[in-house]
Design a protein. Structure first.
Length: 577
């Protein structure tokens, strides 16, 4: 069974699922060079089909995430108004967003109009796919599907508590479900009016950063604020946001939503320093979500937890959840923002079609995320030859050893090898690497390569077998995706200092196991042999504000336009001429 999954909104993405396993997946931004590219993912659709050798007639269904027309334009935040946040307020009575009985029929009306599908049908037709194969999957149903079906072997009947949280999708900001076998039973829907995610995005905008993009910067800024100033901002957010009396949902008590909430922030946060605002928001966010999940664990008695949605890209929140004793098993969908719901829609369609055919679905638990394109040595060398007047390059018999030696000498190397990672985090195959024990590395990478905000931390890739040397782990939690933060050990403060948060010394690691990525694991082992350090600094292979590199050309252009010392592309080592 072949299912094409499509997300045509913010950070548009396409994936191809073959018999429950991801054959190929990529976001449109990697092909256009425009970060967070929205709209129909034409190039990504073409690539996932051609790379898998799938003809249009082979595709059993096209699963589109979302019932409502999605946000596709990522530049609208520079405008004074945003159509999405004013859409409901124009057609619904005041306060209707807090009542699903009022706004859900409106969403269903727009779903039936299917206004966005003529363009998608034209794209599909160019690949020989009939438009009548399109099926829609609700936004949060898609999120929940990624959390549940990818979290483990679904052959058993052990229940899983599945929680989704984000800004907004199809009128909801979150759901609570119980998953058993191959079915999800929804217990609770959380209306968008009470969205913590929208508040976080609007505070991001209030602080002069880009919503739906720079929320991670607000999280990274939060630890710097003095406690006295944080407390002042926290009081404001405590008045705006609360748990319901039963603790099973959230309440927006600010009286404002969307655009109007910006005005409320300007009024209530006047003269409060930017770091205090970030800290107060992050603290309130944690103080609401952690007990909310705890209350649902108490109510259901289920201690196996699976989470998805953009709110769970907040690694500090995830650290607190991982430390909770009442949570026995924790799965967090990596890169769980809207870039993941193309996969969730495809998973839902797979399960539904199997059920309709009387077949037992087979969905593979999540492992690595290397679902993107690869390049042969010949393709790489042809691209290198095009730049021969600007670069020097040579083939290396052991590129992992050579790269490790360069890192041990303080060099900064961009690494491009194997299939490209899907998602927001570089996981070794499209990464910039450096010696994590050299604190000066942070300044060099920020100033000459990444051009990032000064307060933002980097992260390390750590050998799985060295995890307890560097991380305080109360539970032996796999952390291969950079979606969890940990408190770090004194040894990490010495050997991984450039890969820790500069202020609170927390660590957002990629724990690398040999069987998941043998070449990258071997590079780390070589670096350990040379230095005694069981990890390297790993940041995404891109210049700030651009997508992670996709092609050898992208890698070379990044080398030529930054302060990188070398790039390792396949088995070729490249430097400026």
């Amino acid at each position: 069974m072949k299912i094409l999954g499509v997300h045509d909104g913010h950070l548009a993405t396409a994936c191809l699922l073959e018999d429950g396993r991801v054959a190929a997946m990529a976001s449109e931004e990697r092909f256009t060079g425009r970060k967070n590219q929205g709209g129909i993912p034409r190039r990504a659709i073409e690539w996932v089909l051609t790379s898998s050798g799938a003809a249009g007639t082979d595709v059993d269904a096209v699963a589109v995430a979302g019932l409502m027309p999605p946000i596709a334009d990522t530049d609208f935040y520079s405008r004074s108004r945003h159509k999405y946040f004013s859409l409901f307020s124009k057609v619904l009575p005041r306060g209707a967003l807090a009542n699903p009985k009022i706004y859900r029929p409106y969403i269903e009306h727009h779903r039936k109009k299917r206004a966005r599908f003529p363009e998608l049908k034209r794209v599909l037709a160019s690949h020989g796919i009939s438009g009548d194969k399109i099926r829609q999957v609700e936004h949060h149903e898609a999120h929940a599907a990624t959390a549940f079906y990818l979290s483990g072997d679904r052959a058993g009947d052990d229940p899983v508590l599945v929680i989704t949280l984000d800004g907004s999708g199809d009128g909801l900001c979150g759901t609570v479900s119980i998953g058993r076998g191959h079915s999800l039973e929804r217990l609770k829907s959380l209306p968008s009016y009470h969205s913590l995610g929208i508040v976080y995005s609007r505070v991001t905008q209030h602080l002069g950063m880009k919503p739906l993009d720079h929320e991670y910067k607000v999280m990274g800024l939060a630890p710097y604020a003095p406690e006295s100033l944080k407390a002042q901002a926290y009081e404001v957010f405590a008045r705006h946001l609360a748990l319901s009396d039963d603790g099973l949902s959230f309440e927006n008590r600010s009286g404002a939503w969307g655009n109007s909430y910006l005005g409320r922030l300007r009024r209530d946060l006047t003269l409060l320093r930017f770091d205090a605002v970030a800290a107060g928001l992050q603290q309130r966010f944690e103080d609401l979500v952690v007990p909310f999940i705890g209350r649902w664990i108490e109510k259901t008695g289920i201690r196996n937890i699976a989470l998805a949605g953009g709110s769970f890209m907040n690694v500090k929140l995830n650290m607190l959840l991982a430390e909770r004793p009442e949570i026995e098993n924790l799965f967090i969908m990596p890169s769980g923002g809207d870039e993941s719901i193309a996969l969730g829609a495809a998973l839902t369609a797979t399960v539904d079609l199997c059920a309709a055919a009387g077949r037992t679905p087979v969905v593979s638990p999540l492992r690595d995320l290397y679902w993107g394109m690869d390049f042969s040595a010949d393709e790489i060398e042809r691209t290198l030859a095009e730049y021969r007047t600007k670069i020097s390059y040579r083939s290396v018999s052991d590129i992992e050893r050579e790269t490790a030696e360069l890192l041990s000498r303080g060099k900064i190397v961009g690494r491009m090898k194997g299939r490209m990672e899907w998602g927001a985090r570089a996981l070794g195959n499209r990464s910039i690497l450096a010696d994590p024990s050299r604190a000066e590395t942070v300044r060099k990478i920020n100033a000459a390569i990444k051009m990032r905000d000064f307060w933002m931390p980097f992260a390390p890739s750590i050998l799985w077998e060295r995890r307890r040397d560097y991380l305080e782990m109360k539970k032996d939690i796999p952390a291969p995706y950079m979606v969890l933060a940990f408190r770090s050990t004194p040894l990490a403060h010495k050997e991984l200092i450039a890969g820790l948060h500069p202020f609170d010394l927390t660590c957002r690691p990629q724990l690398v196991q040999k069987e998941w990525n043998e070449p990258y694991h071997r590079l780390l082992k070589n670096f350990e042999d040379l230095t005694g350090i069981g990890g390297v600094l790993n940041t995404s292979f891109n210049i700030h504000g651009t997508p992670i590199v996709r092609t050898p050309k992208d890698a070379i252009e990044t080398l030529l336009n930054s302060g990188l010392d070398y790039v390792a592309i396949g088995d070729f080592l490249v430097s400026r001429a």
